[in-house]
Design a protein around this ligand. Structure first.
Ligand SMILES: Cc1cc2nc3c(=O)[nH]c(=O)nc-3n(C[C@H](O)[C@H](O)[C@H](O)COP(=O)(O)OP(=O)(O)OC[C@H]3O[C@@H](n4cnc5c(N)ncnc54)[C@H](O)[C@@H]3O)c2cc1C
Length: 474
């Protein structure tokens, strides 16, 4: 498409969204063009910030007409480069952040209807104000927005109990790549009227359309929490503890997070206000949270204590601390939530967000660790995360004093090693962060030709002009 028609399209888009919805000043655009770790930087013709679903539809219709590429963006916290435009500067960024209305909260229905630009923490708060829980929770929740969460099918720390973002949605409103609005904002728990269209857009990372609103599922709000950090004998013992915890507590386990010693060292060293929670040093820790929706449920605490006492007697855990106040709960969670931030201070890191069947986690950790160490002697493996979901953030820090640039140049080689191990265990190379541009080629390498064909067929059918987040995912 000729630049002239792009110019014409841009002028029409500018008129449509008005000055509030239009940013083309280079400095003002910057926050939208840089990934939070500074790994990717892009350029754009403009950042367009529509104020309503109809405006989004209008922008997309014009872009489709003139063949202008669109990079949808919400909170811009994703870790795979999907929300950052290419360096060629041909695209517009379409930010949904102005679509930030909570349209409805219905406690009786256990649903809420929110716009795509609502910050996740605001959604959680609005649910809590109605005495309900919206359980999606991740360290970026003060910045990421629901449109981005649903587009990446975000996971977080409560997947074990409540599922990932995909499982928390009943309905969607989507602007399709030709500018039509699909109003699928249904609140139904049962609806077998044909294909499950909403599933297509959840986790599509902006390649099939723009999510503008969603109906979310709510849950009873937990009244009691029991949070403890245990030093596990080893990772298999931690898994045995998880299995027992689910059965012994009426499946009240809402989080079960693995924290290795090295991660705790990073946090205690670099994050102000944190300290080692136990007197002695151990190799593996698990952070366990049990929730109960029953007011004053003393049984929750008793069940947690009994679980840990038996686990200690059986040698599964070697030490533990139980939080006795909200402050102590927050302090234990801070240790877990600060790992990514703390790792930044330890030099270059290569990240892998992978999943294997839960019982294979110990094998995966052993094999992948041996292989990356053989590849780069002295590499510091920081493998932490959602043990309860089999989702490990298998991050690699450059050896102390090592060459950051050379280490980062080796990213693809490390990934091939780790992803080969994951695939040999029927795992996933992208557990919760998505594909974006980071793993696009890896996806094509590991998915079967049939799966890739199906995905490409869907992309071509819905977006024949290829304007929606081109070059991402497929
Ligand atoms: C400290 C930290 C911790 C994190 N922890 C977790 C974690 O535990 N679990 C987890 O899953 N992720 C985690 N993440 C990654 C990130 O927060 C999630 O992927 C989040 O869901 C992205 O939301 P966002 O609003 O920032 O989306 P963005 O980064 O803006 O966009 C993400 C993708 O979705 C597309 N997109 C955005 N909005 C729309 C829309 N309205 N319609 C269509 N496509 C759209 C974009 O084009 C892009 O491809 C973490 C990130 C950080 C920085």
């Amino acid at each position: 498409m000729k630049a002239a028609s792009h110019d014409d399209g841009l002028a029409r888009i500018r008129t449509l969204v008005g000055e509030r919805g239009w940013v083309d000043d280079v400095d003002e655009m910057q926050p939208h063009l840089v990934e939070w770790r500074n790994r990717w930087r892009g350029r754009a013709r403009a950042v367009v910030r529509p104020g309503s679903t109809e405006e989004v539809a209008g922008v997309v219709a014009i872009a489709s007409e003139v063949g202008l590429p669109i990079v949808p963006q919400a909170g811009n916290t994703s870790l795979c480069g999907g929300s950052i435009p290419d360096e060629d500067g041909r695209s517009i960024v379409l930010s949904v952040s102005r679509l930030s209305r909570i349209r409805d909260v219905d406690p009786l229905d256990y649903t809420m209807t929110v716009e795509a630009g609502c910050v996740l923490a605001d959604v959680q708060r609005a649910a809590a104000d109605a005495d309900r829980l919206f359980p999606l929770s991740l360290a970026a929740e003060g910045t990421c927005e629901i449109g981005g969460n649903l587009s990446t099918n975000a996971g977080g720390v409560h997947v074990l109990r409540y599922g990932n973002a995909r499982q928390l949605v009943l309905g969607l409103e989507v602007v399709l790549p030709d500018g039509r609005i699909w109003d699928g904002l249904r609140r139904l728990r049962k609806d077998n009227t044909g294909y499950a269209l909403r599933e297509l857009f959840l986790g599509a990372e902006g390649t099939l359309g723009i999510l503008t609103a969603a109906v979310l599922k709510l849950f009873p709000r937990p009244r009691e929490r029991w949070v403890a950090l245990a030093a596990a004998r080893d990772v298999p013992a931690a898994l045995e503890l998880l299995s027992r915890a689910r059965a012994a507590t009426g499946d009240a386990v809402s989080s079960f997070e693995l924290i290795p010693r090295i991660a705790l060292d990073y946090v205690v060293e670099h994050i102000p206000g944190t300290r080692d929670p136990l007197r002695d040093r151990y190799e593996h820790y698990v952070l366990v949270e049990l929730d109960s929706t029953v007011e004053g449920d003393q049984g929750l605490c008793a069940r947690g204590q009994a679980l840990f006492e038996k686990a200690a007697a059986d040698g599964l855990i070697v030490d533990a601390v139980v939080a006795e106040s909200e402050g102590q709960i927050a302090a234990l969670w801070k240790l877990r939530e600060s790992i990514s931030e703390a790792q930044k201070s330890e030099g270059a890191s290569v990240k892998h967000d992978v999943a294997v069947p839960v019982r294979r986690v110990p094998d995966f950790l052993d094999e992948a660790t041996k292989k990356v160490d053989a590849e780069w002697p002295g590499v510091r493996v920081v493998a932490f995360g959602h043990l309860g979901d089999g989702n490990i953030h298998f991050n690699l820090s450059v050896p102390k004093g090592g060459d950051d640039a050379a280490f980062l140049d080796h990213w693809s080689a490390f990934s091939r090693i780790v992803h080969d191990v994951v695939t040999s265990m029927d795992g996933s190379i992208a557990a919760e962060h998505g594909i974006g541009r980071l793993k696009r080629d890896e996806l094509a390498h590991y998915k079967s030709a049939t799966e890739m064909d199906l995905m490409r067929a869907l992309k071509t059918t819905l977006d024949p002009r290829g304007i929606m987040n081109p070059g991402r995912v497929v």
